[in-house]
Write a new protein. Structure first.
Ligand SMILES: Cc1cc2nc3c(=O)[nH]c(=O)nc-3n(C[C@H](O)[C@H](O)[C@H](O)COP(=O)(O)OP(=O)(O)OC[C@H]3O[C@@H](n4cnc5c(N)ncnc54)[C@H](O)[C@@H]3O)c2cc1C
Length: 364
């Protein structure tokens, strides 16, 4: 059985930045990634990011992934990668079971484990939601931006958060007719700048409206949408049929935290963080000694915070393994300050509320 000091599950922005900071501290790590490409969600994000320069604002997601990978390559004697390999089991003796690209199973034992598995798309319950042609927005982004395949020609997007708006715009850029964006809430969820771009292209964003049913035999051919009142109840007589060959559902992400439950980590349901998240202290260590978390798995946010959390936790792990980074105190303070800044203002309110609920008032 292979033995490692630090095992990082997930090669997204949080896992990569943790590997870099652990390496700078003198800790060797193994990063396990189930996909063939390293970079997590970033590998499909062709749009330029918001935020501050420290977190690569105005850089395309795919290019941020390249920068983070390059940073790791500068420590290639300290960081190794296993791609197309999925962690399928995590046990109390710090042994993980992995399944590789040939469907072969093996075990790895680690002193410390960082779970950086990100999040998965939420599904929406409506009649016939399993018809072919009904996709999650993230899946559509992967189809288009990674594999160059269009999901269909006439699409309705369900959900007006940033992901719904960005993917709608990318569909339009790819020549797909986005017939409408519908949103159950009374307000558009994503940034105004994304919504305005769509409106300029003539896409109607209809609030207080949801999908009631999908129709079709072999695949979706039309959907029924209906208006909602202020209590989120269907308004009688407002049903409308829209013909489509694809539907994109973008109703949020939930932390991919099943490995943490398997390990027996204390979990809590925090709606503002996306669902079941591990109970953690300020150092991002879970209730199980030497099991750490970073990124969307401990609360759905953005790549910017996932990167900074990765750096922060990588430093803490180095320190815990007896190898403090030469600039530990300064960097911990800097990353902590960056996280506070990212979570300040109106857009950070949801995360602040979630963290307050998760940690209790003494840490809020
Ligand atoms: C359409 C879209 C647009 C976005 N736009 C922005 C933006 O403009 N700005 C911004 O800051 N953020 C943006 N985000 C959010 C950002 O992409 C995520 O917050 C960020 O990628 C989270 O990083 P992470 O490392 O926690 O998880 P991820 O990037 O999801 O990486 C987790 C990795 O873990 C791997 N993994 C999971 N389970 C296992 C397992 N059992 N074994 C092995 N590997 C596993 C996954 O394959 C994945 O590669 C956007 C997201 C989407 C979907």
């Amino acid at each position: 059985m292979q033995h490692v000091d630090l095992l990082i599950i997930g090669g997204g922005p949080s896992g990569l930045s943790a590997a870099k900071m652990a390496a700078e501290s003198g800790v060797k790590s193994l990063v396990i990634e189930r996909n063939s490409k390293i970079g997590g969600q970033l590998v499909k994000q062709t749009h330029m990011f918001f935020g501050s320069e420290k977190q690569y604002a105005k850089t395309r997601g795919i290019n941020i992934a390249e920068i983070l990978i390059q940073d790791c390559m500068e420590h290639k004697d300290m960081i190794s990668f296993m791609t197309e390999t999925t962690v399928v089991g995590l046990y109390p003796d710090y042994v993980v079971t992995v399944m590789d690209r040939n469907h072969q199973y093996s075990k790895i034992k680690a002193k410390t484990i960082l779970i950086a598995t990100g999040a998965s798309e939420k599904v929406l319950a409506f009649e016939n939601n399993d018809l072919p042609g009904i996709y999650g927005a993230g899946a559509v982004q992967t189809l288009m931006n990674v594999h160059g395949v269009l999901p269909g020609q006439d699409v309705v997007m369900v959900g007006s958060g940033n992901i719904g708006l960005i993917v709608s715009y990318q569909l339009m850029q790819a020549g797909v007719n986005v017939k409408r964006v519908i949103e159950a809430s009374s307000v558009i969820g994503g940034y105004k700048v994304h919504a305005s771009k769509l409106k300029r292209l003539g896409v109607d964003i209809q609030t207080q409206t949801t999908i009631k049913r999908a129709n079709g035999k072999e695949a979706v051919s039309s959907i029924i949408v209906q208006r909602l009142d202020d209590d989120w109840t269907f308004v009688p007589g407002t049903e409308e049929e829209i013909s489509v060959d694809a539907v994109c559902v973008s109703v949020g992400l939930s932390p991919l935290s099943n490995l943490l439950s398997m390990m027996g980590c204390e979990m809590k349901y925090v709606s503002a963080l996306g669902g079941h998240v591990p109970v953690i202290d300020q150092s991002h260590e879970t209730s199980v000694d030497n099991i750490f978390v970073a990124g969307d798995v401990c609360g759905v946010e953005e790549a910017s915070s996932a990167i900074v959390e990765g750096y922060y936790v990588g430093l803490i792990i180095g320190n815990k393994l007896g190898k403090p980074h030469p600039h530990y105190e300064h960097l911990i303070q800097d990353f902590s300050q960056q996280l506070d800044n990212l979570r300040s203002g109106p857009f950070g309110e949801k995360t602040r509320t979630g963290l307050k609920e998760l940690r209790g008032d003494q840490h809020a």
